[in-house]
Design a protein around this ligand. Structure first.
Ligand code: GDP
Length: 331
């Protein structure tokens, strides 16, 4: 039984961890009565958190690139400088398998025990859309609890990077030293959405290699991005030795500076609009999937399409017609 909304709001305002944690559990829930409470909570919180200077940063990279090590290094520096840091994760593997590429809370042990940090693993809310909704709402909870830096971690799988880029101010891509042909292995899509790029693990023997890779990557980036107003910087860093971590953060802040107050407000407003439609699409897909009328025709449609008896267009019309009929008959 979740606590009542006024108690939660009070606890969140006071920055109490238990309240923040309960509130995030509430917004992650897909049960209808929890969804209603979550809406009520977020409406109340929207009034509390308005206008705060929060820095929202997405951090992406393949498993093993050093994301958790880097986030721990960066997060610890930020809390030492007086910030309150929230870390959220969007992990598509948790959606499909219930397992997780990003692992659980046992990672980032130092940051996890830091009273100025709050780490929450990825929700496994059924679909990427569901995870995204839960994460955006968790972000609102953290911001209302005066966490002024929110880091959203994700892995380079499927749509998750684009999803995260759509909820943050600055998107940071971590990669490892690659040169020449290896650069091809970096998805072009990621180079299109990254605001800052870092070649990580630039320590020990790998430092020189990382610098060369950063230069090559900067060249590749110019080809992909052309003459945009913001040329994403490519730097080197090491989450292990902390070298370059401060510089990287400066680049993140420089990107915000580049956006400016109005630009940032516009970006966030557009993200809200995109997100609105993403949630509508996700919700419609869920309704379609769970509609008893659609379920009733699904097996027949499947068999007919597989047997080559029903063209896809006709099959799609039949499914949609069943859905509409189900709705009008009050299901
Ligand atoms: P994640 O899967 O992206 O979160 O990567 P982890 O942070 O778990 O790191 C994966 C492995 O790389 C671990 O064995 C880390 O100790 C190592 N590692 C992480 N960051 C660095 C770094 O900056 N330099 C070096 N040399 N190793 C690192």
């Amino acid at each position: 039984m979740p606590p009542d909304v006024p108690t939660l709001v009070e606890g969140i305002r006071a920055g109490r961890r238990a309240a923040v944690s309960q509130a995030i559990t509430l917004v992650e829930s897909s049960r209808p009565q929890h969804r209603a409470l979550a809406r009520e909570l977020l409406t109340e919180l929207a009034e509390v958190s308005g206008g705060r200077e929060v820095v929202r940063v997405g951090i992406s990279g393949v498993p093993g690139v050093g994301k958790s090590t880097f986030i721990e290094a960066l997060g610890s520096r930020l809390t030492a400088a007086g910030h309150r840091v929230g870390v959220l994760a969007v992990d598509p593997s948790s959606v499909r398998t219930g397992g997780s590429v990003l692992g659980d809370k046992t990672r980032m042990g130092r940051l996890a025990s830091d009273p100025r940090a709050f780490i929450r693993p990825s929700p496994s809310a059924g679909t990427l859309g569901g995870v995204a909704r839960a994460t955006v709402q968790a972000m609102a909870v953290l911001e209302a609890a005066a966490y002024d830096v929110v880091l959203v971690e994700t892995v380079g799988v499927g749509q998750s990077e684009v999803t995260v880029a759509g909820m943050v101010d600055t998107f940071l891509f971590l990669t490892l030293a690659r040169t020449g042909d290896q650069l091809q292995g970096i998805k072009k899509g990621i180079l299109e959405i990254a605001d800052v790029i870092a070649v990580n693990k630039a320590d020990g023997d790998r430092e020189g290699e990382a610098r060369v890779a950063a230069r090559d990557l900067a060249g590749a980036l110019r080809l992909v991005r052309g003459m945009e107003e913001w040329a994403p910087p490519v730097v080197t860093c090491s989450g292990l030795t902390d070298v370059g971590v401060d510089d990287l953060w400066e680049r993140v802040l420089a990107h915000r500076e580049h956006l400016g107050t109005d630009g940032l407000a516009r970006k966030r407003a557009e993200q809200q609009l995109d997100f609105t439609w993403a949630m509508v699409r996700d919700e419609l897909e869920q309704r379609l999937r769970h509609s008893p009328a659609v379920r009733a025709v699904r097996d027949d449609v499947r068999a007919a399409v597989l047997a080559g008896e029903l063209p896809a267009t006709v099959a799609a019309d039949r499914v949609l017609a069943a859905y509409d009929e189900g709705r009008t008959s009050g299901e």
